[in-house]
Ligand binder design. Structure first.
Ligand SMILES: C[S@@+](CC[C@H](N)C(=O)[O-])C[C@H]1O[C@@H](n2cnc3c(N)ncnc32)[C@H](O)[C@@H]1O
Length: 428
């Protein structure tokens, strides 16, 4: 074997935790030379370390006389990988130890083999202490732990629990290409285990691991991968034939595709995003699914730069946000996102929302959405908008309770990601 999967994990963790890079973007290249089994192992271990990082650091800190620095820093990440294996995986302690020690050579720090060996042996021999700190117990940075505790009180424990678990794989059937029934039949023929959700007429939840590209009809665009909470967007937006619809922060196009599926007779669908590279993904996705939309690369908030003055009947604003609702899917988010990002995001959302409101027809609908669970980005954002815009009123959404401003879905609720929706109607 030419590679050492522990060293690969340590390097990936170094890039996320020391250089602020996204694990999702780093994983494919790191996994490319690996066998399928090793790919899965690297994903499981890097995700696991990120989920339990504060606990692993709580154990490691007293064992290291001083933090490692410079080019040796990566060995700290290797030690986290070692501790994770010993405490959370079924890898034999012998393999965990010897392979992790060997990784020091791959990581160009052979002189630290003795240190890694001593620390991991020590950890293996003792009963490791359990932390009292809630943030450490729940694998979160303190600021986020506090925000969620304050926002959700007694319900916070369920939120923390859901954030520590793997998310199920949701598919959305492309009704323009195949019926739900025929798709289910194709899954059954491949002996795939799945379940359905009453609230989601286009959805299938796979109850097992699967390579998406090998599922029936992938190349033919029979389905998309999309969480159940995100699948509510197009249904809530409820686009109608002959309408002009804007998907304002569209990339990679998950919701654009669904809008096109629900309203094939739509008169105009515009997918706008400020990131040109992400818009390429929109084009690829729409092409695979067999849908069409006009693509605009622009800042949604700078309407003078892209709006032709023709008002929209419906707008979906899937706003840039903290992504705190999808942490169970992307465990690096909890470390990449910082407390000071939140006010800046709230301001950006407010600015885009205010600008887009001007492009909405009187009598038109704007659906505001985020994959956040922080009230500042969600109900508080919409409350302020309603106070400042007397021509806006909030419409109830199926599934929301009467007292709430919009619908806040918490991670794990009916197997969905954390998400927020508010439907605004512009008075005539
Ligand atoms: C939550 S993601 C959208 C996900 C997408 N709606 C989907 O379902 O696939 C938010 C998007 O907002 C885009 N964005 C951020 N700031 C923007 C701005 N000022 N104008 C337009 N798009 C923006 C980002 O590039 C990102 O693609």
């Amino acid at each position: 074997m030419k590679y050492n999967i522990r060293a690969i994990c340590a390097n990936l963790l170094y890039r996320v935790l020391e250089q602020g890079q996204s694990l999702r973007e780093q994983l494919p290249a790191a996994q490319a030379p690996l066998t399928e089994k090793d790919k899965a192992w690297v994903q499981e271990v890097t995700y696991g370390v990120l989920r339990h990082l504060p606990l692993l650091q709580f154990w490691l800190r007293p064992m290291l006389s001083k933090p490692l620095k410079g080019k040796n820093k990566v060995i700290e990440h290797l030690l986290l990988v070692g501790l994770y294996q010993l405490n959370f995986t079924r890898v034999s302690a012998h393999a965990a130890l010897s392979e992790t020690v060997n990784a020091c050579v791959t990581l160009k720090a052979p002189s630290l083999k003795g240190l890694v060996n001593a620390i991991l042996r020590n950890a293996q021999r003792q009963t490791l202490p359990q932390p009292e700190d809630g943030a450490v117990q729940n694998g979160l940075p303190n600021w986020l732990y506090q925000h969620i505790s304050q926002a959700y009180g007694e319900r916070a424990a369920d939120v923390f629990n859901a954030m520590q678990h793997k998310a199920p794989l949701w598919l959305r059937v492309n009704r323009a290409r195949v019926t739900h029934q025929d798709f289910l039949q194709a899954l059954t023929e491949q002996q795939l285990d799945f379940s359905l959700s009453e609230q989601h007429p286009d959805a299938v939840i796979l109850n097992q691991f699967a390579d998406i590209t090998r599922l029936p009809g992938f190349a033919q665009g029979w389905f998309s991968v999309q969480d159940g909470a995100a699948q509510l967007a197009a249904a809530y937006l409820n686009p109608q034939a002959d309408e002009r619809v804007l998907d304002a922060c569209a990339a990679p196009g998950g919701k654009t595709g669904h809008i096109a599926e629900l309203a094939p007779e739509i008169s105009e669908l515009i997918a706008l995003d400020s990131e040109a590279s992400r818009l390429e993904r929109v084009k690829e996705n729409l092409q695979r699914l067999g849908h069409q939309a006009s693509i605009i690369c622009a800042d949604a908030g700078a309407i003078d730069s892209w709006w032709d003055g023709k008002p929209f009947d419906r707008i979906l604003l899937d706003a840039p946000c903290s992504a705190t609702g999808v942490i169970r899917r992307h465990p690096d988010i909890r470390w990449l996102r910082k407390a000071f990002d939140i006010p800046a995001l709230v301001e950006l959302q407010q600015q885009i929302l205010n600008a887009l409101w001007q492009t909405l027809k009187p009598g038109g609908h704007l659906l505001y959405a985020t994959c956040s669970i922080l009230p500042q980005e969600n109900c508080q954002q919409i409350e302020r908008f309603l106070q400042q815009h007397t021509d806006a009123c909030l419409l109830p959404l199926p599934g929301s309770d009467a007292e709430s401003v919009g619908r806040q879905i918490l991670p794990g609720e009916q197997q969905m990601d954390g998400f927020y929706y508010a439907m605004l109607l512009k008075s005539e």
